[in-house]
Design a protein around this ligand. Structure first.
Ligand code: CMP
Length: 149
């Protein structure tokens, strides 16, 4: 596999609990380069588009309510096998099932408010990065070195 990019969203509860720094630290320690980062309020239409694949699910409306209830931190992350590695670092969707040591396992409380969103495939990552960032907002990870200094 190769260096790739993925999208992570720190959900409103992360800002409310003031654990943004802790979560970012865990992502960096796992070797992710942050190549785009913004604090934002998600519009209803962006939430609905982002989660469109869940449109028919009973949790779709409440999920969009939650994601628009407060600020989120959106970021594009880069590293080798970024999609797969981030999914495993984030852990299972249901925090009760997420293993200790994963972000959801350590910080998650409820499935809807499960701390962080991570793209589930390379094609989802491309689509989702495009929803949240313009091309010029992404700063190539090449300039960030390999994390050794
Ligand atoms: P996320 O990774 O953001 O992608 C889809 C989101 O839907 C998921 O995390 C949860 O926030 C939410 N979700 C998935 N399944 C359920 C469920 N059974 N009940 C409530 N929310 C859910």
């Amino acid at each position: 596999m190769s260096v790739e990019r993925t999208l992570a969203l720190l959900k409103p509860g992360v800002l409310e609990r003031r654990i943004v720094g802790e979560i970012l630290g865990r992502l960096e320690r796992k070797g992710f380069a942050i190549v785009a980062l913004k604090l934002m309020r998600i519009s209803r239409s962006l939430a609905e588009t982002h989660y469109a694949e869940h449109r028919e699910k009973p949790f779709y409306g409440p999920l969009c309510d939650y994601m628009t209830s407060g600020p989120v931190v959106a970021m594009t992350l880069e590293r080798k096998d970024a999609v797969e590695v981030l999914r495993s670092l984030v852990g299972a969707t249901d925090p009760d099932k997420a293993l200790p040591g994963t972000i959801r396992g350590d910080y998650g409380v409820a499935t809807r408010e499960n701390i962080v969103h991570a793209s589930d495939s390379a094609s989802s990552a491309r689509r989702e990065i495009g929803l949240f960032f313009r091309a010029e907002e992404i700063v190539s990870g090449d300039a960030q070195g390999d994390g050794t200094r």
